[in-house]
Every structure is written in structure tokens, then in C-alpha cells.
Design a protein around this ligand. Structure first.
Ligand code: PRP
Ligand code: URA
Length: 209
């Protein structure tokens, strides 16, 4: 069964409050999305496998640890997931980055796929899928289904705000995917927006509304 981690760090609570404020402009919004993604990445990488190496310090040769294997690939869901990429790469600069383009049809709320480009060696990598918003769950479920076709070592999903409806749907569709959430909000409204949420993440990141 999927493990669910809801963040409870004072820095994340504080940054989320500014992020949600309707008066926060695009520049600050982008910075906050990136900073929260960095803090969440620290948690989402806590269980990466390590191997022992020998390191010659100025004092002696010591047994120390490095991350084992080919490591990570981040896959943002376009558009809004792009806002999280710089933040996670600041912690794991050697990670590969794939992209999945999906938008939600405003009438049906079903995801429509328009782009998919994943790292060639993804089967040797642990994947972390990035999207600030998990609403109905349709976009995350579709993106993860696409990625699974390429057999990565494992998949985690990281979002900044989730609705309970989307979390339940994602857990049922992909029980093997651990989920990292900045805030678990109250519910979805009749238009499929998260309440209280932060509005349309893509529009607020890119200033398109
Ligand atoms: C937003 C968000 C997620 C999706 C979540 O993207 O970034 O991808 O909605 O909704 P769901 O859980 O109900 O699928 P949107 O469709 O607005 O596209 P955009 O990022 O291109 O604006
Ligand atoms: N997508 C968003 O950007 N915001 C929501 O509240 C729901 C879906």
C-alpha cells in the first residue's frame, strides 16, 4: 500500500500561507513553489540507498557513504510542475529531468496528454513525479501510468497541495507509489478546484491570468 507523507515543518507551513494569498504576485509565487519543492525533496530522498566508499581526508582514509546506483529522475507534469524543477535540482543537480505534458479538460476535468519525453536510462532510476496540485488525481494517475510503461526502479509523487479526493484516487490507482504532500486540504469545489487551495497553479506561476 502507498505510504503517504504530509509535511509538518514550520518553514513549509509559513511558505504555504504566503503562497495561498491571492495578493502574492507571480515572482514571489514562483520563488515559494521552488523553495517548498526543495524542502519536500529533502524528505522524499530520505530513503535513497547508500554505498560505502573510502575517502582520503587531510587527516586519514575514512569509510564514508555516497548515493548508490544511477540515482534519480525528476518528471514534472507540465505546466505547473516546471515550477518545482529548479528547487529539486538544487539538492540533486545530477538528476535527469523528463517531461509529461497534460492539461485538464475544463468541462470533463479529464487529463489530455500532449507531450512525453523521458530519460533514456529511466529503468535504472528512481523517479519523482512533480506537480504542485493533486485535485481529482486524473493528471497524476495518467502521468504515472505513462512512466510505468518504461519500467523505472520506483516512482514517488510529490505535490504541494492535495485534495482528499485526489489522494484516494491516486492511492487506489497506484498503490505502489509513495506520496509526499505539502498540505492536505479540505475538498474539491464544483469546478474541480482545491478548497482552500491556491487557485490555478499554472496561471499563478506563469502569470497567464
Ligand atoms: C493543474 C495541475 C495538475 C492538474 C491537477 O494543471 O498542475 O496537473 O491541474 O488536477 P487533477 O488532479 O484534477 O488532474 P492544469 O490542467 O490546470 O494544466 P496547466 O498546468 O497546463 O495549467
Ligand atoms: N489545478 C490547479 O491548478 N488548482 C486546483 O485547485 C485544481 C487543479
Amino acid at each position: 500500500m502507498a505510504k503517504v507523507f504530509v509535511m509538518d515543518h514550520p518553514l513549509i507551513h509559513h511558505k504555504l500561507t504566503i503562497l495561498r494569498n491571492e495578493k502574492t504576485g507571480s515572482k514571489e509565487f514562483r520563488n515559494l513553489i521552488s523553495e517548498i519543492a526543495t524542502l519536500m525533496c529533502y524528505e522524499a530522498t530520505r530513503d535513497l540507498p547508500l554505498k560505502e566508499v573510502e575517502t582520503k581526508t587531510p587527516i586519514c582514509v575514512a569509510k564514508t557513504k555516497v548515493i548508490a546506483g544511477k540515482k534519480l529522475a525528476f518528471v514534472p507534469i507540465l505546466r505547473a510542475g516546471l515550477g518545482m524543477v529548479d528547487g529539486v535540482l538544487s539538492l540533486v543537480p545530477s538528476a535527469r529531468v523528463g517531461h509529461i505534458g497534460l492539461y485538464r479538460d475544463p468541462e470533463t476535468l479529464k487529463p489530455v496528454e500532449y507531450y512525453c519525453k523521458l530519460p533514456a536510462d529511466i529503468e535504472h532510476r528512481e523517479v519523482i513525479v512533480l506537480d504542485p496540485m493533486l485535485a481529482t488525481g486524473g493528471s497524476a494517475i495518467d502521468a504515472i501510468t505513462q512512466i510505468k510503461l518504461r519500467n523505472p526502479m520506483s516512482i514517488k509523487f510529490m505535490c504541494i497541495i492535495a485534495a482528499p479526493e485526489g489522494l484516494e484516487a491516486l492511492k487506489i490507482a497506484h498503490p505502489d507509489v509513495d506520496i509526499y504532500i505539502g498540505s492536505l486540504d479540505d475538498h474539491l469545489n464544483d469546478h474541480g478546484y482545491i478548497v482552500p487551495g491556491l487557485g490555478d497553479a499554472g496561471d499563478r506561476i506563469f502569470g497567464t491570468k
